[in-house]
Every structure is written in structure tokens, then in C-alpha cells.
Design a protein around this ligand. Structure first.
Ligand SMILES: Nc1ncnc2c1ncn2[C@@H]1O[C@H](COP(=O)(O)OP(=O)(O)OP(=O)(O)O)[C@@H](O)[C@H]1O
Length: 242
């Protein structure tokens, strides 16, 4: 199967420092690649370069048949909805003053696909898809728990019907008791929507459990890529979202 994302020889620089040093990896549709390594090894820089939120200094990023580094901002615009980030801090990424339903609707508005008749139903569908009660749509991020907030962040990412989610430490800020629920949700969504995941995390045990393959980073380089642990028994049903 052709990869959804194919990163070749990627280089990212911050000033004179090379923070991502000629790395290559790929992600197939419906696959989760874990990118794991200690703080400062270049994981987030890789995420930003894949999403073209920071332009790489070298290499190629092939996404869904397009080589992104050769495209200008105008050419990238129609491709951006298909690759969505989910960040560690859901409170920050939702915008503190927005109601949850408006934060979820925003990408549709930005993309020009907001429709006053069908839009609210689409937001309701997204809330339902991530296991959030419709009434939570009227709240603001600080009125939700961390787990609920991250679910809203995932709903917002799904609004654009992406093919790839770049998940940068998506459960690291959550209480351990809430992590399994969000991970189960991600697994269910992947199966239903055939999403590719680039799953960035510093916790090797978690990555091994959750990902199909694992790329280990050290000081800007990928030092090892391995299949993750053999399939474990079926995951327990998701806990009631909190
Ligand atoms: N905007 C920036 N300006 C200068 N240096 C930066 C910038 N962003 C990242 N760096 C440096 O690049 C290196 C890689 O950082 P990056 O955030 O990609 O690592 P990381 O593996 O995601 O770390 P963490 O797990 O702590 O987020 C670090 O040395 C960091 O200090």
C-alpha cells in the first residue's frame, strides 16, 4: 500500500542548530507510527515540519501524493485540512474564550465549508463521535475536564475530515485515569475512519502498546524503527468520559 505520509531525509534547523537531522519514515492509511524519544530530541520539530507549520531546511514530505516542501502557502491551503494536529494542551489549542461548539466549528468556517443549516448538526455529530454529551458544546474549555477537553480537541481536528492526525503528546497532560479513555477513542476513530496517526510521545512503554511501529529518536536522528509489541488482548471498553 502506498504510504499516506512519506518523509524522506527531513532536516529542520533552528538558527545554526540542526534539530532534526536527515530522518526518514512513513505512515500508511490506518496505521499508527510512534515517534518516541527524550525531551529535546526533535519530536515536535518533526511534527511541525510534517505539517509545514515550520518549513524544513531539507528533505521531502510526501503527503497523499503531493510533495509539500515544494509548494507555496497558497498551494498548501487546500491540502491542510487533510492533515490535522492534536496538541498536548487542549485548553490552549481550543482557545480559552470560545465555547466548545464554536471551537469545533471554527475549522469549518476557516475552510469555507460552514453552512448555517447543516453546520450545527455537523458539530453535534462530531461531539457524539468523540463521546461528548451535546450539552458540553455550550461550555468553555476551563469548564471541562482534561479528558473532555482533549476529546473536544480531537473533534475539532476531525471537523475537516482529515486523513492524517499528528498527535503531539496527546495524553501526556492527562491524569493517568483518563488516558486509557482517550487512547481507546483514538483507536476506535482510526478503525472507523482509516486515519493515519503520527503519534509523538516520550513514554516508550505507552508507544509500544499503542502503535503499529515505533521510531526512536535521539538528538535529531532516528536510531531505530521497530514493530511494536505483539497484539495485546482486546482493549477494555472506554470508560465514561470525564
Ligand atoms: N523555536 C525554537 N527556537 C530555537 N530552538 C528550538 C525551537 N524549538 C525547538 N528548539 C530546539 O530544538 C530541539 C528540539 O526541540 P523539540 O521541541 O523538537 O524536541 P522534543 O523532542 O519535542 O522535546 P519535548 O518532548 O521536550 O517537547 C531542542 O533543543 C529545542 O531547544
Amino acid at each position: 500500500m502506498n504510504p499516506l505520509l512519506d518523509v524522506r531525509d527531513l532536516v529542520v534547523r533552528h538558527g545554526p542548530r540542526t534539530t532534526v537531522d536527515h530522518i526518514s519514515f512513513d505512515v500508511a492509511p490506518g496505521e499508527t507510527l510512534g515517534l518516541v524519544g527524550p525531551s529535546g530530541c526533535g519530536k515536535s520539530s518533526t511534527a511541525m515540519a510534517v505539517l509545514q507549520l515550520r518549513r524544513p531546511a531539507g528533505g521531502e514530505v510526501w503527503f497523499d501524493g503531493h510533495e509539500l516542501t515544494s509548494l507555496n502557502e497558497k498551494q498548501l491551503r487546500p491540502l491542510r485540512p487533510a492533515m490535522q494536529p492534536v496538541f498536548q494542551d487542549p485548553y490552549g489549542s481550543l482557545g480559552p474564550r470560545h465555547r466548545i461548539r464554536d471551537a469545533i466549528a471554527e475549522p469549518l468556517r476557516v475552510q469555507g465549508s460552514w453552512d448555517r443549516t447543516t453546520g450545527p448538526a455537523r458539530v453535534a455529530e462530531l461531539l457524539e463521535q468523540v463521546g461528548l454529551d451535546l450539552s458540553l458544546g455550550d461550555r468553555r474549555p476551563h469548564e471541562l475536564s482534561g479528558g473532555q477537553c482533549q476529546r473536544a480537541g480531537i473533534a475539532r481536528a476531525l471537523a475537516c475530515e482529515p486523513k492524517l492526525l499528528v498527535l503531539d503528546e496527546p495524553v501526556s497532560a492527562l491524569d493517568p485515569s483518563l488516558r486509557a479513555g482517550v487512547l481507546n477513542l483514538l483507536a476506535e476513530l482510526q478503525e472507523r475512519l482509516d486515519l493515519g496517526y503520527l503519534f509523538i510521545c516520550h513514554d516508550l512503554a505507552l508507544v509500544r502498546h499503542f502503535c503499529d511501529r515505533v521510531a526512536e529518536m535521539r538528538e535529531g536522528r532516528i536510531v531505530r524503527t521497530t514493530p511494536a509489541a505483539p497484539p495485546s488482548p482486546p482493549r477494555s471498553p472506554a470508560a465514561t468520559p470525564r
